[in-house]
Design a protein around this ligand. Sequence first.
Ligand code: ZN
Ligand code: ZN
Ligand code: FE
Length: 765
Amino acid sequence: MTMPATITGLRIVVRGAVQGVGFRPFVYRLAHTLALAGWVANDSDGVTIEIEGDAAQVAAFVQHLRTTPPPRAQIDQIETFAHPPHGYTHFQIRPSQARSSPTTLIPPDTATCPDCLADLLDPDNRRYGYAFTNCTNCGPRFSIIAALPYDRPNTTMRGFQLCPTCEAEYRNPADRRFHAQPNACPVCGPHLALYPSPTDDPISAAATALQQGQIVALKGVGGYQLLVDARHTEAVARLRLRKARPDKPFALMARDLEQAAALVQIDPQAAALLTSAEAPIVLLPRHLPPRIAIADQVAPGHPHLGVMLPYSPLHHLLLRRLDFPLVATSGNLSDEPICIHEDEAHQRLARIADVFLDHNRPIERHVDDSVVQVVAGIPRMLRRARGYAPLPVPLPTAPPSTLALGSHLKNTIALSLGQQVFISQHIGDLSTLEARSACERVIHDFLRLYDAHPALIAHDLHPNYASTQMTHILPALPHRAVQHHHAHFAACLAEYGSHGPALGVIWDGTGYGVDGTIWGGEFLLGHPHASQRVAYIRPFHLPGGEAAVREPARVALALLWEVFGSAWEEMQDLLPFSSTQANLFIRMIQQGLNSPRTSSAGRLFDGVAALLGLHPQVSFEGQAAIALEYLADPTEQRVYPYTLEETTAPIQTAACVTCPPNPIILDWHPTLIALIHDLRRGVPRPQIAARFHNTLIKAICALAHRIGVQEVALSGGCFQNRYLTEGLITQLQAAHYRPLLPRLLPVNDGGMSYGQIAAMLPATN
Ligand code: ZN
Ligand code: ZN
Ligand code: FE
């Protein structure tokens, strides 16, 4: 290359999700097109480029970098530094450089791209039918990365030596597989195996097993999945029994969009979500009547189904051998973490699965399927894992470097590095030993991957949460407890970049309050760093504590007793209890025996659902409340009475903003009296359920008027309820409030770890 007089040199540092997304080949091709010399390399900070040549061409290079990066890249920052030309004669891709403090974004696992799917299905292609086909635009990432920088020796592909053909692709900058770290082919890459009866054609054997109604455990991308014919009533029932999961809905995997469209109603937004690179489970309304008769047991009583499409070559190959959709649920027992190792799966899933479709590409860490639902027109995360984790969610400013331990249920952990918060994949309910060790593993994993040395641990205020007890991992660090509902509130504000002041309507099942009682129907006023409890739902008793969560009929009894006192007996016919049983619970309440007071909105929904005869007992939290939502008639407009009354009790938590002198009680007593009256008059239950929802929507709006700040943050598990949430958002917007509902992180406790870090943000003036 001849050196023109206008030659300039530039060093460019690109930060963001720029590794494993075809960024270096893109840079290489761009440099060649513009006749520029220099080099590009991955390092722990992202990608570094040195470029030199004609000044105008160098400027064009930077412009292209900014405006037309590869589709999967997420650029956070491009820094340029002038440097004297070295006299490079060509452009090359240099080996990666390891450095301290990796701030690189680890890319998430990505669904098979259309080009790879075409390779997979082309009989003339050397990857025809090969289950581990991928390229720089798709394939496993987070689930196979053991360390940074993202290079093959740092992935679980380190044990597979590239064959000459794959090696040539890997080294050819013009190839789609240039530097695709998991690149593989049938000659050199991982292989499938059937267990316990080996065969030459594991996919066919698994397909046959599914056709025969057997349960297949498939080693997927981020762990094992349990699969069964979704139409097969007896097989689905068998899976429920063996997995000890009596009622909680199962997700489905459909062969393609067309088959999915026979199961659920798919609008363009849903189609885009289903076919996205993240390929989550999407909750969508069923067709009524159904176009494919799936077993009732798949999602008993639910008007929605969770549907996903094949997201790995193995899924595509298997589903193409079947003419029916599959139940595809996590390969675990009940709430334990999903299995990722063959041996572990063969042992732990031995009583569940009939056949195992295994492979020898190791999974570095578990990553569940993500779940998304559209609320108020926008996709919102319900469970954040594959496809999304561990991409960070930013904060409006930087807190101290913090490790957050999350909640007890739907646990995630999080780590802040500067303004970025790296939130772990969904870990789950920490009630089992397995889940607690999974949580510990993820904490160690994150600290190591990001080479993080946090200054602080943030955890829930509840002293007995298993997550709180994880503080033992870094015993020397200072701890800061964050009240559960404040963490929900802070998470919502931080996601929207808001410093407040805002009103937080934080409604969920359970959270430990600063007064030691169980909170859950809270109105908080303040900022990410601090808030005050300005109002709450009138408390009631939970006879038997946790037992009342499993038995909403107990809550119903407690609500009746709260309102009617001894006259509750006139309503005993609404409850499934004998007089002896009911009186036992009343005595427990009266004598204060294991009957904590709670302001929980979730439990209020449960109790009302039980009064309407829905689920006197439940097998998962929220089951009764969900049934009440589904029962509600959306055409019903009426509301019940309620009151908002000021108490004389002092406001709890640190003062920070102007607020009413005393907290307000949202009193549902008049609501319950009217609701019982309707029940007695024989008003149809769908109307009663709707009126109850409408009442709460109206009460929240009235409370917002009393407080009078424009931003209203909605969070907590209750806002997974679409009837409540969409009704509330519509009414708040009509009254010119600005409702904020989380979308990048779940409103449920999956967003808690991020919120605990958001609570560490400094106060702003
Ligand atoms: Zn691909
Ligand atoms: Zn090969
Ligand atoms: Fe919560």
